[in-house]
Design a binder for this molecule. Structure first.
Ligand SMILES: Cc1cc2nc3c(=O)[nH]c(=O)nc-3n(C[C@H](O)[C@H](O)[C@H](O)COP(=O)(O)OP(=O)(O)OC[C@H]3O[C@@H](n4cnc5c(N)ncnc54)[C@H](O)[C@@H]3O)c2cc1C
Length: 699
């Protein structure tokens, strides 16, 4: 026999309410986070420095896994001009083709398509979903021309450049590569630095390219992503806008264009661009020459060292997207990783997350995102081409090599799995099944937090009687249990409770019927003699019949109650009560109370702790009992406002079935029924009913 345990939590989970989330930056990452969090049920405000005129004419690719995240948000890329990436080809500096791969078959390997979309289309679609009055949750409020100047960790607040302050439960810094929030949180961090290369970005209508025989081959296949290698430079070309526009990213050593690191989209001269790629084959130069000068933007590529795990989150403020992990464009993963971060927020902050849960959830955010984003960031760095000023790159990589790494990761499911496992670990009760996170029960909610019975109702009908102590002693599972009444008599109660309107059972209820042996003491001697001896007093419960599987399972696993299934049919009127307990249509017990009259001075029964005994089964040898343990649980609370009735008479009778007949009627219960039938009711001491209904209580 082990020690005496008390394992019953009771607390109040309170009303669930939305978190107030403030997001700095309405770029791809900020808007995606706003969508995931509004759809989870939270209130979201976005503070965006620009007027949203700055998204430039360039395309972005949507890897299969991120495509799935967009669809989860309700954004269907093809409805916004996205076309599929169907081919990938690579060319040497002399124009010779290295390979042409049909990547349409990837749709058989990954669940969502690999698509190419115009940034403005993606951004507009995200903005519409985040702020729309339609769709799940409360529309996010978008404040334009609202540049965040600083944040305060202690008060979880941000201050705008105009001096106004806003506070929330959670702040997300999604303000891009030059993040103010990051700068405010981490004072001694070196800023992002030039990587040694820059990129010209522009679009050319496919019609223009097709109409010229010298360049028509650049548009001969729909959805072709071309990599035009050239030593220390590279051009990436792919279509967007349903294959009507060809997007160019022309990467080159930054000293050749000397762009400012502070501004992303300067207009750059066409002349400089053509000069940078003068060594390229004639057909490439011919296609570059078709770029409209006013449509060419120059982007100086910045790199940022890993921030370190400890720097992604400070208090209830977290970084997301480029603010947390600035990306070079060589794998087209910057936007993708920002969306993955946002999805992790959606998964880790379901409705019902409380302010006090936020720090732990942000730890899970780091767990879900840090290694993944950092790995992709690093692989991206390595896949850059080497320039004289650049620190990284120069590794020869097959562009398809990392498709598996990039595409084969569902950031929402990954974070959701982390949340479930962490909640289960921290839950009050490790209840089976373990795969779905904490399973709700009378004692814990979906988050594994303690819960009360809530606005329930109950009716308990009981018979307390005098009986032979010697027989009740046979029902005590070890000598450590003793009935402490004097002499040869003992008292016990048969009691039936019907519970209703239980939150954890979808407002339904169930009944339970048990035998309670009064005045029992359990004594466990400790190894250190008397000082270590533990004693528990209460009503010992040899068996509890219940008529629903869920409470039987939770009660057995969580509070070690000896629960078994039985049908419990009850009939109650103003003056009488009847119970028929049975199994599969055969009755084993009848209990009845008659002549019930309301009694204001009747005492509540069964208010002592409930003692139960369960065996600890060895994990090595199935069914081998190693030890027995005694558990003490609080009695069901007797509510204020409870009504009580006394019975003028009461009867309880167990079945007359004997031997084989009994076993056939009740294969698993026969021995229990036989044991209960051995109890002689010498005198009924008290019988009655007590009931409570929350809905009758005036607030
Ligand atoms: C040419 C090019 C091609 C690319 N191709 C791809 C690709 O194919 N695939 C891919 O996944 N990624 C690609 N990227 C990278 C990707 O665009 C970025 O990594 C991504 O936009 C990062 O998202 P974000 O939300 O973190 O930051 P951003 O999109 O930069 O958004 C930050 C937002 O914050 C706002 N802001 C800044 N400071 C403040 C402030 N103080 N207060 C309030 N608001 C502020 C900005 O105005 C902006 O709206 C490409 C980038 C470029 C330039």
């Amino acid at each position: 026999m082990n020690g005496t345990h008390t394992k019953f939590t009771n607390g109040d989970i309170g009303e669930e309410k939305p978190l107030k989330v403030l997001i700095a930056g309405g770029g791809i990452g900020g808007l995606s986070a706003a969508i995931f969090l509004r759809q989870a049920g939270h209130t979201v405000e976005i503070f965006e420095s620009s007027r949203f005129a700055s998204e430039t004419g360039a395309a972005i690719h949507i890897p299969s896994n991120v495509n799935g995240l967009l669809r989860r948000m309700g954004l269907i890329p093809e409805d916004h001009g996205a076309n599929q990436c169907e081919w990938v080809s690579e060319y040497r500096p002399n124009g010779e083709q290295v390979f042409l791969k049909d990547v349409r078959m990837l749709s058989k390997v990954f669940p969502y398509p690999w698509q190419l979309i115009h940034r403005v289309d993606l951004h507009n679609a995200l903005k519409a979903i985040a702020t729309s009055s339609e769709g799940k949750g409360t529309p996010a409020i978008l404040h334009l021309r609202s540049r965040v100047a600083s944040v305060d960790v202690a008060s979880t607040s941000l201050t705008l450049e105009d001096g106004t302050s806003h506070s929330g439960d959670l702040i997300i810094g999604a303000d891009g590569v030059h993040s103010k929030i990051r700068g405010a949180l981490i004072k001694d961090l070196p800023p992002p630095e030039p990587s040694g290369s820059s990129a010209f970005r522009f679009l050319i209508p496919i019609e223009t390219i097709r109409s010229d025989p010298k360049t028509a081959h650049f548009a001969e296949r729909d959805g072709e992503l071309r990599l035009l290698y050239g030593g220390d430079r590279r051009i990436v070309v792919y279509p967007c806008k349903q294959n009507t526009s060809l997007n160019f990213v022309a990467l080159h050593p930054d000293e050749e264009s000397e762009a400012s690191a502070e501004e992303w989209d300067q207009s750059a001269s066409k002349e400089t661009m053509l000069h940078c790629f003068r060594s390229y084959p004639e057909d490439v130069k011919a296609v570059l020459a078709k770029a409209a000068p006013e449509g060419i933007n120059l982007w100086k590529l910045l790199d940022h060292d890993e921030l370190g795990r400890q720097n992604w989150v400070h208090g209830n403020i977290a970084l997301l997207g480029d603010a947390a992990h600035a990306f070079l464009p060589h794998q087209g993963q910057g936007g993708a990783q920002a969306i993955e971060d946002a999805a992790a927020f959606g998964a880790l902050f379901p409705f019902g997350t409380r302010t006090e849960d936020i720090p732990k959830r942000l730890e899970m955010y780091i767990q879900a995102r840090y290694d993944r984003a950092t790995l992709v960031q690093d692989v991206t760095r390595q896949s850059a081409f080497k320039t004289s000023r650049g620190k990284h790159g120069g590794m020869v990589m097959n562009p398809m090599q990392f498709t598996e790494l990039n595409f084969n990761h569902d950031a929402f499911d990954n974070a959701h799995g982390i949340l479930l496992r962490e909640l289960r670990k921290a839950a009050a009760y490790q209840r089976m099944p373990l795969s779905f996170g904490p399973t709700p029960s009378p004692r814990q909610d979906l988050n594994g937090r303690a819960r009360t019975l809530g606005k329930h109702n109950y009716r308990t009908s009981f018979v307390t009687f005098k009986t032979h102590k010697s027989y009740l002693n046979t029902l005590l599972p070890s000598n450590e249990f003793v009935i402490s009444s004097q002499g040869s008599w003992a008292t016990a109660t048969f009691s039936v409770s019907k519970l209703g309107n239980l939150a954890w059972l979808g407002a339904r209820g169930y009944s339970f019927f048990g035998l309670y042996i009064h005045d029992v003491t359990h004594t466990k001697e400790g190894a250190g003699g008397n000082a270590d001896t533990k004693e528990a007093k209460g009503d010992f419960l040899p068996v509890l019949f219940e008529n629903m599987a869920d409470p039987i399972i939770t009660g057995r696993e969580e509070i070690h109650f000896p629960k078994v299934f039985a049908t419990l049919d009850e009939q109650a009127s103003a003056s009488s009560y009847k119970l028929s307990a049975g199994w599969e249509g055969t009755e084993f017990c009848q209990m009845s109370l008659d002549g019930l009259s309301e009694s204001v001075d009747a005492e509540s029964v069964l208010q002592a702790p409930v003692l139960t005994c369960s065996s600890n089964v060895s994990s090595d040898e199935k069914g081998t009992t190693e030890t027995l343990s005694c558990f003490s649980s609080p009695a069901l609370p007797s509510q204020q406002g409870e009504k009580r009735w006394k019975a003028a008479s009461a009867k309880i009778k167990f079945t007359d079935l004997e031997g084989k007949e009994l076993e056939l009627a009740f294969p698993t219960l026969a021995n229990i029924v036989k044991g209960l039938r051995g109890i002689k009711i010498v005198e009924i001491l008290n019988a009655g009913v007590q009931a409570f209904d929350y809905s009758n209580v005036s607030n």
